[in-house]
Every structure is written in C-alpha cells, then in structure tokens.
Write a protein that binds this ligand. Structure first.
Ligand SMILES: Cc1ncc(COP(=O)(O)O)c(C=O)c1O
Length: 299
C-alpha cells in the first residue's frame, strides 16, 4: 500500500544533502571531516550583509513581496549582470526564488510536458535529473570524457538532441568536476543550438566566482548573444556570499519564461523571505572584497 504519488517513484532524495548530514554527524562527534558533499562555503556570511538583514527587519521590511522578488533586489541583480557579465536585462526579466535550486525547479515546472527531454552533460549536479523526473521530464545523459576536461563537445550535443529536447543544462564552473567552459567552447555549442531552435538552455552559473588557476568565467548569454532569448541564466547568493541558508537564488531570461516561472511561484511560495531579499541586495551592492579571500582559501 502506498499513498505516495507515482511521480515520486523514480525520484531519489538528494545524495549530496545525505552525505553532508553524515559528515555533520561525524563532526559533532569531534572527528575532523572535510565535507565535499554540499557546495557550502565554510565562512560566515559577511557581517555587512547580516547587518542589512537586521536593519530591514527593524525597518518593517517584513511583508510579502512581489512574486518576482523585490524591485530593490531585482535592480541590484540587473546591475550585477551588467557589471560582472556584460549582460543587459530589465527588472521584468529577473526572478528571485529560494535558491538556484528552486529557480531550476520552477523553470522545469513551467516548461516540461510529459516525456520532454532534458540533456544533462556528465558529471552533473545530483538534483538535475531528479527534478526533471519529478516534473514528468526525461533526463538524457550526455557522457563527457575526461580527455575533454569533462566538457560537452558539439558532437556529443548534436547526438543528444531529438525533437523532444526541451532543455540543455550547462554548469560552468561545474559541480562536481570543476570544468570551466571558455568563450570558444560555448560558441561551438551555440553553433549547434542555432540549428535546433526548439532547445532552451539553462546555464547554471552559481559557481561563477569559485574559479581557480586564473581561469576566466564567461556567461553563456555573453558568449552566445544570439541565444539569449532562449537562455535562462541561473545564479544565486549561496556560494559567492556564503549565504546557503538564506535561500536566495535568481535567474535572468526571456519575458515569457520569467512570467511563467512567476506564476508557478505565486501559486506555491508567494515570494522569497523579504529579509533574505534585503540581505541579497546588500550583498550584490556592497563590497565584493571577500570573494577573493574565499577563492584563495578554497584553492
Ligand atoms: C551546480 C549547483 N547548482 C545549484 C545549486 C544550489 O544552489 P542554491 O543554494 O542557490 O539552491 C548547487 C548547490 O550545491 C549546485 O552545486
């Protein structure tokens, strides 16, 4: 007898969360563990960000916000995309959710019909295929080889695309391999995608600032501007600002997609915590000095 939905039958709980719980349990016993499960900075949130949250709470910034997110945070995100990525978006093309994870979930919820395919280059973040399955999609695994630095090649992408493909997921810098796509390799993938106008691209750029060895990050939408209107650029506060628990992620994308994601959001969570959003705006607008400190320590 089961009363659990058939949608959940093929879905596994998050393996990275499970391994991190196990690591925390060992730590609690006094064992010195380096936890490589969750991508979680072992720094506290910078003090000016926590202070901004405190001030917001004191000032009565404690009400529901717009489903898309507060205008103040969306303006800070628009400025971030312009400043750091050379990308122009309007505040209507931005949405804020409970972490990049919920952004991805909402994007799939808003777009997948049963049997739609989601191309996942290996190795991938554990949640991608499970979210796709939960929402009726079919993960299509694109095997990336070590000799290619665990990066998707145009040939492998071409072979993976079918008439049922809805999304290609890209993740650079990638979890768990650390693979980084340079401009030329993104452009080469973009050339394939131009031949397949039905394919959307989800570029998970959450590790933008966790990049080593002097490598340079470039956003997919910057490398392939001709595909910007079918690309969802996903990012968030968790990694660069040591804010995993605040749950603030965001995305930029085409208006119809962002609107559909806002509908999902308005009928599920209403909006992200107002105080966490105030902290997010302070993070993006304040000093970025800590990012170098974090990166040097992680390297
Ligand atoms: C590739 C990737 N995307 C998204 C996330 C989730 O980030 P958030 O905390 O913003 O939900 C993670 C977290 O581990 C990740 O590794």
């Amino acid at each position: 007898m089961t009363y659990i939905s058939s949608r959940l039958a093929a879905v596994k709980p998050s393996a990275s969360m499970a391994v991190s719980q196990a690591a925390k349990a060992l730590s609690a016993k006094g064992i010195d563990v380096i936890d490589l499960g969750l991508g979680e900075p072992d720094f506290p949130t910078p003090a000016h960000i926590t202070e901004a949250a405190y001030q917001a709470a004191q000032a009565g910034d404690t009400l529901y916000t717009a489903a898309l997110g507060t205008l103040a945070l969306r303006k800070a995100i628009v400025a971030k995309f312009s400043r750091e990525n050379g990308l122009d978006y309007t505040t209507d093309e931005i949405i804020v959710s409970n972490g990049a994870k919920q952004i991805i979930f909402n994007a799939l919820m808003a777009t997948l019909d049963d049997g739609d395919e989601v191309i996942l280059p290996t190795p991938y973040f554990v949640s991608y295929p499970e979210m796709a399955k939960l929402l009726g999609g079919k993960p299509v695994i694109a095997h990336c080889r070590e000799e290619n630095g665990f990066r998707l090649t145009p040939e492998i992408l071409e072979q993976a695309i079918t008439p049922k493909t809805k999304w290609l997921f890209l993740n650079s810098p990638g979890n768990p391999s650390g693979a980084v796509y340079d401009e030329a390799s993104l452009k080469a993938l973009g050339a394939v995608l131009e031949r397949h106008p039905h394919v959307l691209v989800l570029s998970d750029e959450i590790y933008e600032h966790i990049i080593f060895d002097g490598l340079e990050f470039i956003s997919f939408a910057k490398a392939c501007p001709q595909l910007k209107t079918r690309s969802l650029i996903v990012n968030g506060m968790s990694k660069a600002y040591a804010m995993t628990g605040w749950r603030v992620g965001y995305a930029a994308g085409p208006l119809p997609l962002i609107k559909a994601m806002a509908t999902v959001q308005s009928q599920s969570i209403t909006s992200v915590c107002s105080i966490a959003q105030a902290a997010g705006a302070a993070a993006l607008e304040g000093s970025q000095e800590h990012i170098r400190t974090f990166r040097d320590a992680f390297q």
